[in-house]
Design a protein around this ligand. Structure first.
Ligand code: G3P
Length: 216
């Protein structure tokens, strides 16, 4: 399972990318809105200069022609940009046209296997089921991820599943066990993934013992 970072904060992306483990970035309008005073293009091109992998940037119109216009413009900013389009009827229409123009699409706000089937039929490269938001309303978000992966595998569908709206490290493990191709991970969750008290204690003991050994 590849690890993407789910943020539009360039400092977070720079730090996570410096670990050498990040192979893509996902943003959305809410995450992007935290970059007050900067242009959308400026942030996306800076992200693309940090991470060499798919960078998802979302359209903000719900009109199909405008979505295509926006998506075409954003995709021209950098070859790694992937256009995020919501799974609504107009989003499917727009996705089909964008895919026809050679633009890679990540269909977002996916909450069901049916929506994932439609995203695949539209030719999406990625689909993003939102796990945490399903959990929030008492559904089992990760079961939707597992079911989408099963159905795609059964039919040889090449669309890749990005488990999104992950809120804690256990979600990342569950995404891996569900067979998700990618997990997109908020920066604080990535920090939680690396942290373990036994690692810290063990390292402190190694350092102490090494100091004693060096001093003879
Ligand atoms: O990738 C989608 C993600 O940003 C949504 O997360 O926590 O707002 O449901 P959340």
């Amino acid at each position: 399972m590849r690890l993407f970072v789910d943020t539009a904060n360039v400092d977070e992306i720079r730090e996570a990318a410096s670990w050498g483990v990040v192979s893509g970035v996902t943003t959305n309008p809410s995450l992007m809105s935290k970059n007050a005073g900067r242009s959308f293009r400026d942030v996306i091109t800076e992200i693309a200069s940090i991470v060499d992998g798919p960078i998802s940037a979302e359209v903000t119109s719900t009109d199909p022609e405008e979505m295509v216009r926006e998506g075409t413009e954003i995709a021209a900013w950098h070859p790694n940009v992937v256009i995020k389009v919501p799974i609504i009827p107009n989003g499917l229409k727009a996705a089909k046209v964008l895919v026809g123009k050679g633009v890679r699409v990540n269909m977002t706000l996916c909450f069901s296997v049916n929506q994932a089937l439609l995203a695949a039929a539209a030719g999406a490269t990625f689909v993003s089921p939102f796990v945490g938001r399903l959990d929030d309303i008492g559904n089992k978000g990760m079961e939707v991820v597992a079911d989408i992966v099963d159905v795609y595998e059964r039919y040889g569908i090449p669309t890749q599943v990005i488990a999104a709206s992950l809120r804690h490290p256990a979600h990342v493990v569950a995404a891996a066990l569900a067979g998700s191709h990618i997990a997109t991970i908020p920066y604080p969750v990535m920090m939680q993934m690396v942290k373990h008290p036994l690692t810290d204690n063990g390292l402190a003991a190694f350092m102490r013992d090494w100091e004693k050994f060096k001093q003879g």
